[in-house]
Design a protein around this ligand. Sequence first.
Ligand code: MD9
Length: 231
Amino acid sequence: MNELGTLTEKFNQASDKNKLKLIDDLIAKGEEGYQFLREFLSSSQGHSPNPVLGKIYQTLKNSDNQENINFIEDKIPQGIVHPQSSLNIDYSELQELLIIKEYQKADVLTRVKLCEIAGEKATQRKWLYFTEIAKFPINDLHTIDLLWNVYSEGKFGYSIQRKIWLSQGKDYIELWAKLKWKDGNRWTKYPQEFIWDLSAPLGHLPLSNQLRGVREIDALFAHPAWVTENA
Ligand code: MD9
């Protein structure tokens, strides 16, 4: 078997975590590697989107290879997530920003969208009451979390942050340290000291401003969106 055949076989048998790494090896094979990734993505349509499919999608769409770009435009122009909203909120721009890894812009837009979910008053106030968050539709929180998760190799999103928080015994001091929102006694300065790419620590994004305390993030973590599934 040739080298590419060995690699694709390895890929097919690998865990999702190893698949994420092997995508880079496939890209390094040039057109044949890309062809495999296009076929893999095609055959996965109808499966639920996950970080492996998200990374393949981003790789193909952001490559300067015309076949990849045509494939994306013809087959999956809007991204691999079909954003669900109980409030008819449009998440397509958030998906676009995350696909091209504009994580800082996506982070800003995520705060805008949370206010949009909460309604007119929150949109004008530009921040949220915890009582508003408790009433958020599950669908919309799942969509925002899924978009961040799928297009960050599984690194970003509220459900990841919540898992870290649970693993630290619900201790916010520990959470801030883990997310690098705080370094020792010093808060990370917005926006310049936050890390806006995948070199960030697990769960670093999206940000929840701690200026008014933990009640906002606490309400997010307490939301039924995360307890009704295995998150
Ligand atoms: C994580 C402790 C994302 C004075 C941008 C918020 C937005 O809506 C500016 C004034 C204001 O009212 C923004 C983000 C964060 N901060 C700000 C994120 C963040 C994280 C931890 C902390 N922050 C902690 C923290 C503490 C005091 C402050 N912050 C103060 C502060 C002020 C502003 C911001 N923060 C903005 Mg911060 O938004 O555009």
